[in-house]
Design a protein around this ligand. Structure first.
Ligand code: PLP
Length: 373
């Protein structure tokens, strides 16, 4: 198999930024109100409307949103929060911020989301919250977690545009659901995040704590609770509003690239592709992650792809096996075998809305070549 020659290297991810973004950001610059201005509530309202949630609170990152959401559902020192080890490290870190213990449970081998039975088996009298992650934009089985009767914080950082098995957009179920707007996400504000909820009091608590513990109706420099600076600037909100205007198009671009990948990679023996949507569930496409056949060394494949001009990344390493988690909580190999198997074989391929069919084919050819298939 020969590798196609291309003039331009393929990036791993690339945001779509156009005139709408420039216009909105310029307006904020000209207004002089760079933060705590009118675009903050405007972006919150537009985002809440988009996912079908009654309320939304904009924050400075997905991590900040997860942290404030956990605090808002009452997680505190000595509690346990059940979550998945197959995620970005932030979803476990936020429990540690509150001196709670992240208790991992294994994942489903098809969706790679937290397995509800494994989560149920991990519940103790100290469990105060469940933190399922909609990994790679595939909706977690939140209805099954609801049956456990504990507060839920949904990590929807990768799942904007996803629809769950009940046909509800992720973010609309009522539990706090946290989205992230880093530059590789479906919608970006550079850095940023949003918490959606059906609970007005929860929004109040989050709005206060993101602003150093000062409720919006309180006097200047009066603070009635502990808070943080987790604000999102109006410049970022301007970007977010512009991005919302063409979100459908950007999501469609990712879905189109995913469909091209499926047909281009489908024939590679032993390569496992992202699971397909079942029932009413719809993935909100974020990344394109494949599982390499077991006989291959992942790092060698990543290097071979790089030599062919194709960037890729191991995605995700298991959180419980990261050095901090091993040292702090004593985790070892073998605890969560499904997660560990998936984590050892996953690579994220280039994926972004404006990817062309030619680029997808170049990646597919390079991967076939790197695997000798
Ligand atoms: C699953 C998951 N959780 C949390 C986060 C944290 O979001 P942020 O980087 O905006 O803090 C991310 C972002 O990459 C993520 O993918």
């Amino acid at each position: 198999m020969t590798v196609r020659q291309v003039g331009e290297a393929i990036p791993l991810a690339r945001p779509v930024l156009g005139e709408a973004e420039e216009q909105r950001v310029l307006e904020v610059l000209r207004s002089g109100r760079l933060s705590l201005g009118p675009l903050l509530p405007e972006f919150e309202r537009a985002f809440a409307h988009r996912v079908g949630a009654p309320h939304a609170s904009a924050v400075s990152s997905g991590t900040a949103g997860l942290h404030l959401a956990l605090r808002a559902v009452g997680v505190k020192d000595g509690d346990e929060v059940i979550t998945t080890p197959f995620s970005f490290v932030a979803s476990a870190n936020v429990a540690v911020y509150e001196r709670a213990r992240p208790v991992f449970a294994d994942v489903d081998p098809v969706t790679f989301n937290l397995d509800p039975d494994a989560a149920a088996a991990a519940v103790t009298e100290r469990t105060t919250a469940l933190l399922p992650v909609h990994i790679f934009g595939y909706p977690a089985d939140v209805a099954a977690f609801e049956r456990l009767g504990l507060p839920i914080v949904e990590d929807a950082c990768e799942a904007l545009g996803a629809v769950d098995a009940d046909g509800l957009p992720v973010g609309a179920r009522g539990h706090p659901a946290v989205f992230a707007f880093y530059a590789n996400k479906q919608l970006t504000t550079g850095e940023g995040g949003m918490v959606t909820t059906s609970d007005a009091r929860l929004k109040e608590a989050i709005d206060s704590e993101r602003n150093q513990g000062r409720a919006p109706d309180m006097d200047w420099l009066d603070h009635d609770r502990l808070g943080f600076n987790y604000r999102l600037s109006d410049l970022a909100c301007a970007l977010g509003l512009a991005q919302l205007e063409h979100l459908d198009e950007m999501l469609a671009g990712r879905a189109r690239a995913a469909a091209w990948y499926r047909s281009a990679l489908g024939g590679i023996e032993g390569l496992e592709l992202p699971c397909e949507d079942t029932g009413r569930a719809r993935r909100g496409w974020f990344v394109y992650v494949v599982q390499l056949p077991r006989e291959f060394d992942r790092d060698t494949v990543v290097r071979a792809l790089q030599e062919r001009g194709v960037p890729s990344k191991p995605y995700f390493p298991a959180v419980h096996l990261m050095s901090y988690y091993r040292e702090r909580f004593g985790h070892r190999e073998g605890e969560f075998p499904v997660c560990e198997d998936v984590a050892a074989r996953s690579i994220a391929l280039p994926f972004f809305p404006e990817m062309t069919e030619g680029q997808v084919e170049q990646v597919a050819d390079s991967l076939r070549d790197a695997l000798g298939r």
